[in-house]
Design a protein around this ligand. Structure first.
Ligand SMILES: [Zn+2]
Length: 81
């Protein structure tokens, strides 16, 4: 057994309930009744859950952006949930 213990930052994990897969996508969203318009909340998604999570947000009109995790730049004043 050879488990890597300290390899820098913890790998980002998908936000879907019960999913432990590595995040590949960042879903940026905003709930206009709770957040200032420029504010972005973010969910992380693996390849499998991207459609499910983005659909969930899109249905509510919250979804703003879907970006590859590698390309995501956290905007000022936003936070990760
Ligand atoms: Zn997932």
């Amino acid at each position: 057994m050879n488990s890597p213990e300290s390899s820098g930052a913890p790998a980002p994990v998908c936000s879907a309930k019960g999913c432990r897969d590595a995040a590949v996508w960042v879903l940026a969203w905003n709930n206009p009744s709770l957040h200032a318009p420029e504010r972005r909340k973010t969910w992380l998604a693996c390849e499998e859950h991207r459609a499910h999570l983005s659909h969930f947000l899109d249905l509510r009109g919250f979804l703003k952006d879907v970006v590859k995790f590698d390309e995501w730049v956290q905007p000022e004043g936003s936070e990760r949930t």
